[in-house]
Structures are given as C-alpha cells and as structure tokens.
Design a protein around this ligand. Sequence first.
Ligand code: PGA
Length: 255
Amino acid sequence: MRKPIIAGNWKMNKTVAEALELVKDLRFKLENVSDVEIVVCPPFLAVQSVYQFLKGSNIKVGAQNCYFEKKGAFTGEVSPAMLKEAGCSFVILGHSERRQYFKESDEFINKKIKAVLPEGLLAIVCVGETLEEREKNIWKEVIKTQVTGGLKGITKEEVSKLVIAYEPVWAIGTGKVASKEQAQEVHKFIRDLFVKLYDKNTAEALRIQYGGSVKPDNISLLMSEPDIDGALVGGAALEAESFMKLVKFEKKAKQ
Ligand code: PGA
C-alpha cells in the first residue's frame, strides 16, 4: 500500500511572517492526520523558521529547488546540504516553471537528483506535457523523455527516495484540472515505464502525485484512481482551510 502524499508548493508566496502564520494554523488543523504524508514547500527564506515551528509535528518541510554543486562560487544558489541542515526532508525538482522560465533541461535536473539523494533528501520530480504537446498527442514521448532523461543513472534503490509528480503544464494555475481518466492514463503510463526501466516491485512502490489545479472539490475523485497517490498543490495550498480540506480528502475506494 502506498501512503498518499499531499504536498503544498507555495512557489514565490509568503514572507517568513506569513509563512509562520499559515503553518501555525496548519499544525493545529492537521494534528490528528496519520494516514497521509503531509509536506509544505515554502520559499527558501522561510524554510528554516517553518521547520523550527513544525518540528515534532506530522508535517514535513520541502524546498522548491536547489543547485547540484556542493559549494563554491555559484552566486544565488543553494546546496542540498544547506537545505538538509535547514530542516528539509524533500525537494521539488524539475517543476515546469523551472523548466519554462529558467530553461532547466532533463540533464540539469538529473544532476540535481543525483546531488540531493546522497544528502538524505527525498526528491519530488515533476514531469508533464504542455497544451500543444497534448493536442499533438505526443504526451507519451514527452513524458518518457523527461523520465528517462531525468532519471539517467538512478538505481532502483534510489527510486525509493523519489516521488514523481505528473503536472500537465496546461492545468497548472489555470483552473483546468485534468479529468481523473486523463490523469490516471498518464499515471499508469508512468508506472509502466518504471516497470520497464526498473522492475515491477520498484514501480509498484513508487508514489505518483498529480498536480495542476487540485482543489478541495476535485481531490477525492482524482485520488480514487488506482495510480494516483497524492497531489502537488499550488494555489489551494496557500490557505490553511483549503490545504486542510485537501489533506483530509474524502477517501473513496480505489477503482
Ligand atoms: P496549482 O499549481 O495547484 O496552482 O495549479 C500546481 C503546481 O504548480 O505544483
């Protein structure tokens, strides 16, 4: 059984004071939850204070990015060890906004994955097609390239330290959520790809999150699909009330 994982990707939102206000609320509202793994990913500057506040709770902290070098003259960058020391358990890598606005390639993302795992961080690796790629019906090729390129040289033992987030670019921040059938089709495709690249057990244990306009009113249906194991949430993770509803989604039997 894969434990559902709901992660909030706050993007470039929340000052440290605002971040603390949000997690104060969340800690209280979510203290009884044990059947879902909960992660919040604040901006770098708020990571440490958020971690200090959440220490000992059931909410883990993640970062939204990092660099692959250990240290040195890389102005503006943050290393995996710095994130670990600040309290991160997770780091999101290859988010479509990083791919789109900061021109991150699969090769670059691959280097980051290889840099964070030895530090004991777990990576949430994002993949997903654009609207144009979906309309051209080439999403399978796109996702296959992102998975194989991003995970080049990653061993099956290391796959247990990964979560894959399928985030169709056309659904992010647009209010246009993928239908549960569309999402399930891609999630199944990704899991089958892991069977081919690794083996059945590795693929079965892998958690695959859906991301893109996940809201309290659509999460239960998405989570009822057999290969959807969680959600990576942007907009709806910025308010305690809606993030609480997401984490406490109504569990329907998996189909
Ligand atoms: P959204 O963002 O929930 O605001 O669509 C999801 C994401 O980018 O991770």
